[in-house]
Design a binder for this molecule. Structure first.
Ligand code: EPU
Length: 416
């Protein structure tokens, strides 16, 4: 198993090119199932989750021509309308094929994702929405077995804000008969990116980026070309790493509108940030100040940046409170940070962090994708050597992170 070894204490200085967003690219690839024609997606990040999704789409009969960062997909004949357990268990986003398959082929058989490291993560809202659109859905032998001769437009009010739930139903509704209205929809930028691609494919969608999305079904979609938006979580992760190490960095191919809530918190921590449409610059001259964080759906502070801010607060001046409201088990990095001497108390889904002058390097274990990123940040500021185990989580969502970090001065290497 591979590990990362980090020698802490070096400020990050230099330029990083931000990759396309994992959580935008995954639904975009699934949108290829909605048309017989070719969908060309550019700025696709080279990640394990992308490889898993492409393998899934291939086994359904999609022809895939991947020349990173470009992928061409042609689903002119769908032969196998199944997402098997083996694939869904390694990547929950596989649920995103459900809506498109049902809309285009009238049938889908998708393994029910189980709970995962960060929480239970049910998919009841995806199912409820498709049922409202006329699908007949049975759960049998751990699979969602769905059939619908023709989906019908419906008014669907989500019980809670769900990102992939909104994406799944938005895709399904593009080919349904009549108008679908999604209320209490997620407003994440990845939803807007998907809507833009679907519109380029001929879909009629209004309101993406607000909490009411209206989709007028059309009889068929056509091919298109679309560039994946920048990864706002990768962007935020590098910004926190630079803030924590007292660095000076410029991030290219990304922009600040995607992460206002995160930039506000970094400014509150003492970072000096400037940006335009194409880059974000951050410099940090002093020790960071503690910042309270409460996660919530976009445009509020993202759960996917919570762990990174935990590490920042560990070495900040003062005491901070971090409350995780999206997932019920997303504080697992706390135990690992405590092994590095962090002063953190946890009560339910709230962590109280009292900053200390320095973390100690230690042997730690990554428990999920964003927890892994928090351990890297902790390792970069710690005294001495940090060894991070189980880094396969990182490869699911960060493109060549150790290479990007080394290029801006980090003492980090991957070993077998
Ligand atoms: N939920 C339900 N029922 C549903 C759907 C969701 O109860 O039918 C609950 C979930 O259990 C959770 C909350 O609603 O408590 C929000 O979940 P959501 O559905 O929004 O999460 P997701 O769509 O499964 C996406 C990202 C996650 C990110 C969350 C929240 C993708 C592929 N994944 O997950 O990304 O944390 O939204 O912003 O877009 C990551 O990249 O590390 C990651 C976990």
């Amino acid at each position: 198993m591979q590990k990362l070894i980090i020698q802490g204490g070096v400020p990050l200085n230099g330029e990083v090119i931000i990759s396309g967003a994992k959580n935008a690219a995954l639904p975009l690839l699934c949108a290829a199932l909605l048309t017989k024609e070719t969908l060309k997606i550019t700025n696709v990040p080279a990640l394990q989750d992308i490889n898993t999704m492409l393998a899934l789409l291939r086994q359904m009969g999609t022809r895939v021509d991947a020349t990173p960062p470009m992928v061409e997909l042609c689903a002119d004949s769908l032969i196998h309308l199944v997402a098997p357990y083996e694939m869904v268990k390694t990547m929950r986003a596989a649920i995103l094929v459900l809506g498109p398959l049902l809309a285009r082929a009238g049938e889908a058989n998708i393994s029910l994702p189980g709970g995962c490291a960060i929480g239970l993560r049910p998919v009841d809202q995806h199912i409820k929405g498709l049922q409202a659109m006329g699908a007949e859905i049975n759960i049998k032998h751990g699979y969602i077995q769905a059939v619908a001769k023709k989906l019908r437009g419906a008014r669907i009010v989500f019980d809670l804000v769900t990102v992939t739930g909104t994406e799944n139903l938005m895709m399904a509704a593009t080919l349904a008969e009549g108008v679908t209205i999604l209320e209490n929809a997620a407003r994440e930028p990845e939803i807007v990116d998907l809507a833009q691609c679907l519109i380029a494919m001929g879909a009629k969608i209004r309101g993406a980026g607000t909490d009411v999305i209206t989709i007028e079904g059309v009889s068929a979609l056509h091919g298109a070309e679309h560039a994946v938006m920048p990864d706002r979580i990768e962007t935020g992760t590098f910004l926190v790493a630079a803030t924590a190490t007292g660095g000076n960095i410029e991030l290219k191919a990304t922009h600040s509108h995607l992460l206002d809530a995160v930039l506000d918190k970094l400014t509150e921590a003492g970072a000096n940030i400037t940006s335009n449409q194409h880059w974000i610059r951050l410099s940090m001259q002093h020790k960071p100040k503690s910042v309270n964080v409460r996660t919530a759906p976009y445009p509020a502070f993202p759960t996917d940046m919570q762990a990174q801010f935990m590490s920042l607060n560990c070495i900040a001046d003062g005491t901070a409170i971090i409350t995780e409201t999206i997932f019920e088990n997303r504080l697992m990095h706390v135990q690992e940070l405590k092994r590095m001497n962090a002063n953190i108390e946890v009560e339910g889904n709230t962590a109280i962090i009292t900053g200390i002058p320095q973390l100690d390097g230690a042997h730690v274990m990554a428990t999920d994708l964003r927890a892994s990123a928090s351990l890297i940040i902790a390792g970069l500021v710690a005294h001495g050597e940090t060894v991070i185990d189980r880094i396969y989580h990182l490869d699911r969502g960060y493109e060549r992170i150790e290479r990007k970090l080394s290029a801006i001065g980090a003492q980090i290497r991957r070993v077998n």
